[in-house]
Design a protein around this ligand. Structure first.
Ligand code: ATP
Length: 323
């Protein structure tokens, strides 16, 4: 392997820049040529590919977003699109890829390897933490920190007015952000996609807390929950608790932005180096992750199955602390 292309794809996540920078630095360390593929697979198809030098990666470690930009590419899902992408890679002599993104992006890398034999190591770049093969994904810790910072501010106004707030956090199919941000901000209840919470159960909990004279109640709702959106749940609860002043806040895209935390910088740095070293050692079609603080390479097909479980212990602790 002599020339490696790096790309970020799917939803952006804080720490993607740190991962790119680590992969590129590691490549230079081992005497390889490194290429930036801009706008994910879309840029691969449109030949938006440039050779990187050390200037490209100066002062990017600490910045949120991704300087390579990210995109979703419908064309890459088609055999014709992938053929164009392959021809562009060949024209630059790129013989391996580091793909930083979520399960969709890694699925693309796996297919591309199967069809064209382009070796790829994937890195888990998503705030959702919904990839197996790594304890945590790049961007998740920063997103949780951003969420608790915002919820702390909501807490101030909730307490001043004895209000009940429903705060919607990201996590369409996974409640990891909701649980961490909920426990980390003393939420009254946490609603996640993995569990169905009957409205009556939630109402009973809120009534008990009212009797205990809690001055504020914040319920965290993951955006894709089975019980509905934060607004829908708030509307239902309002019928049971008409005496409450209820407000809804959707944190939305602010959870994607901001400088990565120290943890995300370290995770991205370790995995960026691991991606290049993995390729050099012939580890293809795998995702590099960190499990118990050790780098582990998991076949992409296993990392993307979506079987990462919510920790029951986290749920138990959340329940004890909010009762
Ligand atoms: P996030 O977790 O933030 O949603 P993601 O990587 O899962 O990130 P997707 O939109 O699912 O985001 O995938 C990103 C891109 O990966 C898609 O736009 C497409 O170009 C490519 N991709 C996803 N699934 C496939 C597939 N089955 N075949 C080929 N390419 C795919």
């Amino acid at each position: 392997i002599k020339k490696i292309g790096v790309l970020t794809s799917g939803g952006d996540a804080p720490g993607m820049n740190a991962a790119i920078r680590a992969a590129v630095r590691a490549g230079f360390y081992y005497g390889l040529e490194m290429y930036g593929i801009y706008r994910g697979y879309e840029g691969m198809i449109q030949n938006d590919i440039k050779k990187l030098d050390s200037k490209n990666i100066t002062h990017v470690l600490e910045r949120g977003g991704t300087f390579l930009k990210s995109a979703r590419s419908e064309e890459f899902r088609t055999p014709e699109g992938r053929k164009k992408a392959y021809e562009n890679l060949k024209s630059h002599g790129i013989d391996a890829l580091v793909v930083i993104g979520g399960d969709g992006s890694l699925t693309g890398a796996h297919l591309f390897y199967q069809e064209y034999g382009i070796p790829a190591v994937g890195l888990p770049g998503t705030i959702d933490n919904d990839l197996s093969g790594t304890d945590l994904t790049i961007g998740f810790d920063t997103a949780c920190n951003t969420a608790i910072e915002a919820i702390d501010k909501i807490r101030d106004t909730a307490t001043s007015h004895d209000r009940l707030f429903f705060v919607e956090v990201m996590g369409r199919d996974a409640g990891f952000i909701a649980i961490n941000a909920g426990v980390g901000s003393a939420a009254a209840a946490i609603l996640i996609p993995e569990r169905k919470t009957p409205i009556e159960t939630l109402v009973e909990k809120l009534k008990t807390r009212t009797k205990a004279k809690k001055s504020s109640n914040i319920v965290i709702v993951a955006e894709g929950g089975k019980s509905g959106s934060a607004q829908e749940i708030a509307d239902k609860v309002a019928k049971y608790l008409p005496y409450y002043d209820i407000k809804v806040t959707i944190l939305g895209h602010l959870q994607r932005g901001g400088a990565p935390t120290c943890f995300d910088r370290l995770l991205a740095s370790k995995l960026g180096v691991a991606a290049v070293e993995g390729l050099m050692q012939g580890k293809y079609d795998v995702m590099a992750g960190l499990i118990n603080n050790k780098v582990v390479y998991t076949p992409i097909v296993k990392a993307i199955v979506g079987d990462k479980e919510i920790d029951e212990e986290d749920l138990r602790v959340a329940n004890i602390l909010s009762t």
